[in-house]
Design a protein around this ligand. Structure first.
Ligand code: SAH
Length: 231
């Protein structure tokens, strides 16, 4: 993977030290991958100077790339050992998928906006992330062709965890997702053991909505638009 330019390398090291390690992320594999993936390649030219800033950034189509700390927190919460088949819902610009590609065996990632999916796929290939498969569609249905997955990450806010994704989670698998309405979501981790699941709350977060058959719908959007979705 291209990680060039000492200047960007320095910005990444500062990002990991000040925004991520200092806030308690300790998994050395997660810290290492956050230090090496060139986040600046994933953001639009217009926000390039903020590529390593402590915030989410717009990526087009009204969508955002998450704050670096949240990417690290969700990645660590997946408790990856390296052998996993992972599924991501919400490819966006492909940054989270690139992070995962270095930590697992194979990544399937689904994006509903074809423009974003195509752009992400091209960049992931360019950066040598050959174990990532990008799909266009409604990720709330999962990707049954490649199931089960030991790790599932939803990077958009769901009203509740979509049942097809729980069904596609492997025995012993972890699913990490923001759950809740506009502006007020809980980041949760679901563990599956046999037929049982247990849920842990990790942090309050704010994501864009997961829109689809098992996500938020046009009716939930209401008259004031997608900024106010709730049931
Ligand atoms: N992980 C991304 C951040 C994505 S923002 C990154 O690293 O950049 C959330 C993304 O989820 C948006 O691109 C949005 O279009 C997508 N999304 C929302 N609902 C979806 C659905 N049902 N299926 C697939 N993608 C969805």
């Amino acid at each position: 993977m291209e990680t060039s330019s000492p200047q960007y390398q320095r910005l990444r090291e500062q990002m990991v030290e000040r925004q991520i390690a200092r806030r308690g992320i300790a998994d050395p594999r997660v810290l290492e991958v956050m230090r090496s993936v060139p986040r600046h390649r994933f953001v639009p030219q217009s926000v390039l100077p903020s590529a390593y800033a402590d915030c989410a950034l717009p990526i087009g189509e009204g969508q955002t790339i998450s704050q670096p700390y949240i990417v690290a927190l969700m990645t660590e919460a997946l408790e990856l050992a390296g052998h996993e088949r992972a599924l991501e819902i919400g490819t966006g610009c492909g940054y989270q998928a690139a992070i995962l590609s270095r930590l697992v065996e194979r990544v399937h990632t689904i994006e509903r906006h074809a423009v974003l999916a195509e752009r992400a796929e091209k960049l992931l290939i360019e950066l040598g992330c050959h174990n990532v498969h990008v799909h266009v569609g409604d990720g709330t249905a999962g990707w049954p062709e490649a199931a089960p997955f030991e790790a599932i990450i939803i990077t958009a806010a769901a009203p509740e965890v979509p049942q097809p994704l729980l069904d596609q989670l492997a025995d012993g698998g972890r699913l990490v997702a923001p759950v809740g309405p506009a502006g007020f979501q809980n980041l949760i981790r679901v563990r599956k053991k046999g037929k049982r699941t247990t849920t842990q709350h990790l942090a309050p977060v704010a994501f864009v909505p997961l829109i689809g058959e098992h996500g938020w719908s046009e009716e939930d959007k209401g008259e004031r638009g997608w900024r106010f979705w709730r049931r």
